[in-house]
Design a protein around this ligand. Structure first.
Ligand code: PLP
Length: 408
């Protein structure tokens, strides 16, 4: 019996969970080792199709590569989204290897070094300014290369909406330029001859409440329209951010995408299109696109009982999937969905703790989990592992080998 909606998205084969139609036992043989991450391209396709069918047709989708920078995933998505947002030269390189045009890549993130800015200008990607100080540096780089840098300004909004998951805008921030300083910055950009494409707001991440996302969108549009009045050239790009969350723990209800899309449609029709008809309007999404499309598979190495608690010790752990251990963004640790992948239909018979192989009590993948009888050799699968898994985990901790990643 499949108990988690996360598991239901994946297929089954021979009584096992299947990714891309291949059961996990065979996948483990194919990979040659555990643990590994497996991503399902048909689920990526379905997720993008769902977004496209719900969102207004003239809203572009930008994939935030940070959520999952595996080159094969980024290549696959390059055929499905309109643009990429990268946050490092490593991600930039991965994005530039895809067929997507460089002018469809934005390079955001604080602390961009001169070599990083130089690479971006030379590659013809759009630099998202996170600080006023990037303007003279970009101008000097442009002069030296004989190229005209292209920028968008990331605005740190003058509002913050409570309860929106991870807050990345409002108040004092290392991200973007405070809204009240943006008009002066725009004057400087145009004076230096840098090409100004438009504006970007990214107010928060992992929001499951549609009403709050709608409010963020309304306030973002208000702010951008206000700022656009100070831009002496046509605004050609408006990035409204994203923040669409996915359910990780039992009490999480999925985001009401249609409600968010309806709100966006209305904002476009009643506010944006008449005022800024030339602007491409983009949403920037990471985990909503990839998060539910991937699993982390780890093998049980030991089964032991400690003072009445049965523990399944696996060859994986928080060094690969930190978020599932509760140490990446959770205040109170709650279990991510997990199952015995090679016995996905078996009814639970016992309550166990699933732990990793690291020497820290933080390395818990599931506490008090109801599972069928499980022992060494069995495969545990953790769902919702497609985003911020491998690259958001301390892989060097304890010097275990890195896990494999495959796209099916
Ligand atoms: C600027 C920016 N864009 C996009 C994202 C992606 O967020 P998510 O993966 O939650 O959609 C983030 C997350 O931190 C971000 O800071």
């Amino acid at each position: 019996m499949i108990r988690h909606s996360a598991a239901a998205a994946f297929g089954r084969h021979r009584g096992m969970l299947a990714v891309g139609g291949v059961d996990v036992a065979r996948l483990a043989e194919r990979v040659g080792t555990t643990p590994f991450f497996a991503y399902d391209r048909s689920l990526l396709d379905a997720r993008i199709a769902r977004l496209r069918s719900s969102l207004p047709p003239d809203v572009e989708l930008s994939y935030a590569v940070k959520a999952n920078p595996m080159p094969a995933v980024v290549q696959h998505l390059s055929h499905l989204v309109d643009s990429f947002d990268v946050a490092s030269v490593g991600e930039l390189r991965t994005a530039l290897d895809t067929p997507l045009r460089p002018d469809r890549i934005t390079f955001a993130g604080p602390g961009k070094t001169d070599p990083a800015l130089t690479q971006a200008v030379a590659a013809d990607v759009t630099v998202v300014l996170e600080s006023e100080n990037e303007v003279p540096r970009l101008a000097a780089i442009g002069d030296r290369l004989g190229l005209r840098p292209r920028v968008a300004v990331r605005v740190n909004p003058d509002f913050e909406v409570k309860g929106t998951g991870v807050r990345l805008g409002g108040g004092s921030q290392q991200f973007g330029v405070d809204a009240e300083r943006v008009p002066a910055l725009i004057r400087r950009i145009t004076e230096t001859g840098i090409e100004l494409l438009g504006l970007h707001v990214f107010a928060g991440s992992q929001t499951l409440h549609s009403e709050r996302l709608c409010e963020v969108q309304r306030r973002t549009v208000d702010l951008l329209l206000r700022l656009a009045d100070d831009i002496p050239v046509p605004v050609r790009y408006l990035n409204l951010g994203g923040g669409f969350g996915i359910p990780y723990v039992d009490r999480d209800a999925p985001l009401d995408l249609d409600a968010v899309a309806a709100n966006l449609s209305e904002l476009l029709a009643t506010r944006l299109r008449s005022r800024l008809p030339e602007a491409r309007v983009a949403l920037e999404l990471g985990r909503y696109i990839v998060g539910e499309c991937g699993v982390y598979v780890t093998r049980v190495v030991d089964r032991k009982v400690s003072r009445g608690t049965t523990l399944l010790v696996t060859d994986g752990g928080l060094h690969h999937q930190l978020a599932a251990s509760g140490n990446f963004g959770q205040v109170i640790r709650r279990n991510f969905p997990l199952a015995v992948a090679n016995r996905i239909d078996s009814a639970p018979t016992e309550t166990v703790d699933v732990v990793g192989c690291l020497c820290t009590t933080l390395d818990v993948l599931g506490r008090g989990v109801r599972l069928p009888h499980t022992g060494p050799g069995d495969l545990i699968v953790l769902f919702q592992a497609g985003a911020y898994g491998l690259t958001a985990s301390p892989t060097a901790f304890l010097s275990h080998p890195p896990p494999a990643e495959i796209l099916l």
